[in-house]
Design a protein around this ligand. Structure first.
Ligand SMILES: Cc1cc2nc3c(=O)[nH]c(=O)nc-3n(C[C@H](O)[C@H](O)[C@H](O)COP(=O)(O)OP(=O)(O)OC[C@H]3O[C@@H](n4cnc5c(N)ncnc54)[C@H](O)[C@@H]3O)c2cc1C
Length: 399
């Protein structure tokens, strides 16, 4: 699959952080992880911390799939608001899903604290404004639902919003818990730490065949090398769908731009993550070198049409940002596009399916792919250790 196009900022910023060899011999391991993006790296880190032997293989260079394209806003807010998710998944499951994501932001902070390397992690509040006057009521309902499960937010009316953000809209919900990350640097930092604990990483190694049995899983690579493992974790991002008979994801195209560095350091309230209620939503965040990332304008274009539309989408994103912040001069420095997959209920798919024994899937789909990646790593690690994880049923394939 053509996962992304043009030049994501993180790749230009870092270049090659580390090189890993391709697989050139047959090997055996406890857990084989297919996919060396942020989900595979989180998986590897969690397994190695638990003392479990693991190997990561990726057909691309490490982190060069969707991970490199991510704008990496770390939010507990799932694409479907809590008050709507309650109707789809039931009150208990919706609450649990939100609370798990809420906790994940701090789990990520704790992981980053233990890593060497540039993870770009910073805690940041998250602010969702009402795109239209009629959306304000939904946001207030959302605030009440979150309060009921112990998540506090602050309602900013039009005046408070103008004071703190300089945005003229219809009010919005401010949540103190959120974060930003450098997804590409973080992925390499996770793998570096896991390698110190025995992880082996092979990139430019494409898995072309998988043999699942009740005793072991055997992967065959394009170069006809074999990896025998007790368990397999499929963390192939949006390319994982091909291994699952049920259609679990819907593919879209999404677009992002990054500004030149700005001379003013404080652009809006705590330089927090900003997004809106309409779908697809416009979002923005800042970077450590004082740039602004703006993303959105999603559509259903094919990869070729997506790439052809990039310049036009850049202009649309610039225009939308300018409408929101007429006082900030935004000059685009980098632009890119990428595939993006969502699920019907906004929740990820994490777990196993009967037709593939000894195999777990970690599919962080939707706008919270990274937050879901942390949950996937925790749930699958527990399953491999034979422990029950209370959250595994929430995200299973038979929901
Ligand atoms: C523009 C954009 C903005 C985004 N913004 C956000 C955001 O703000 N917050 C957020 O949480 N998420 C965001 N996302 C989503 C997020 O980027 C993804 O959820 C995340 O990167 C998925 O990581 P992954 O490791 O699962 O997949 P990937 O990074 O795609 O990694 C999967 C890897 O599997 C490998 N692979 C596939 N098939 C094989 C095979 N047969 N053999 C070997 N290797 C294989 C691929 O080469 C790839 O490297 C955004 C995505 C895009 C495109």
């Amino acid at each position: 699959m053509d996962l992304r196009s043009h030049y994501p900022y993180w790749l230009l910023r870092h270049g090659i952080i580390n090189t890993y060899p391709p697989l050139t011999e047959n090997i055996k391991t406890d857990v084989a992880i297919m996919g060396g993006g942020i989900t595979g790296a989180l998986m590897a880190w969690h397994l190695c911390q638990a003392g479990i032997e693991a190997v990561v293989v990726d057909k691309r260079h490490i982190g060069m799939g969707s991970t490199a394209a991510s704008t990496a806003m770390i939010q507990y807010e799932i694409d479907i608001p809590l008050y709507k998710l309650e109707k789809i998944a039931g009150e208990k499951n919706a609450a649990q899903s939100y609370l798990l994501c809420y906790r994940s932001v701090l789990d990520l902070k704790a992981i980053c604290k233990r890593l060497k390397g540039d993870t770009g992690f910073a805690l940041k509040p998250s602010f969702q404004y009402a795109s239209f006057k009629k959306d304000a009521a939904g946001l207030k309902k959302e605030q009440a639902c979150r309060k009921k499960i112990g998540i506090q937010t602050e309602w900013l009316d039009e005046k408070a919003m103008l004071d703190r953000f300089g945005i003229e809209q219809y009010g919005g919900l401010l949540s103190e818990r959120g974060a930003e990350l450098d997804p590409y640097g973080f992925t390499h930092a996770l793998l570096y730490a896991a390698i110190q604990k025995g992880l082996k990483v092979f990139d430019r190694t494409k898995v072309t065949d998988i043999e699942h049995s009740h005793k072991k899983v055997i992967l065959t690579t394009e170069d006809k090398k074999k990896i025998q493992a007790k368990y397999l974790v499929i963390a192939c991002g949006y390319e994982s769908q091909q291994y699952i008979s049920k259609t679990v994801q819907r593919l879209h195209a999404t677009y992002a731009i990054v500004s030149e560095p700005l001379s003013v350091a404080n652009l809006w309230y705590k330089n927090c993550l900003i997004w809106e209620t309409q779908t697809p939503y416009l979002y923005c965040r800042t970077t450590k070198d004082n740039r602004i990332i703006v993303g959105g304008k999603d559509d259903d274009k094919s990869p070729a049409a997506r790439d052809a539309a990039l310049t036009q989408k850049t202009r649309l994103l610039e225009k939308a940002f300018h409408k929101l912040f007429p006082g900030i001069v935004f000059k685009t420095d980098f632009e890119w596009a990428g595939a993006f997959a969502s699920t019907k209920d906004g929740l990820p798919y994490i777990g196993s399916i009967p037709e593939h024994p000894r195999t777990f899937f970690g599919l962080g789909l939707g706008g919270n792919g990274i937050t879901f990646g942390i949950l996937a790593a925790q749930i699958i690690r527990d399953r491999i250790q034979g422990k029950k994880n209370i959250s595994e049923n929430l995200f299973g394939f038979n929901r």
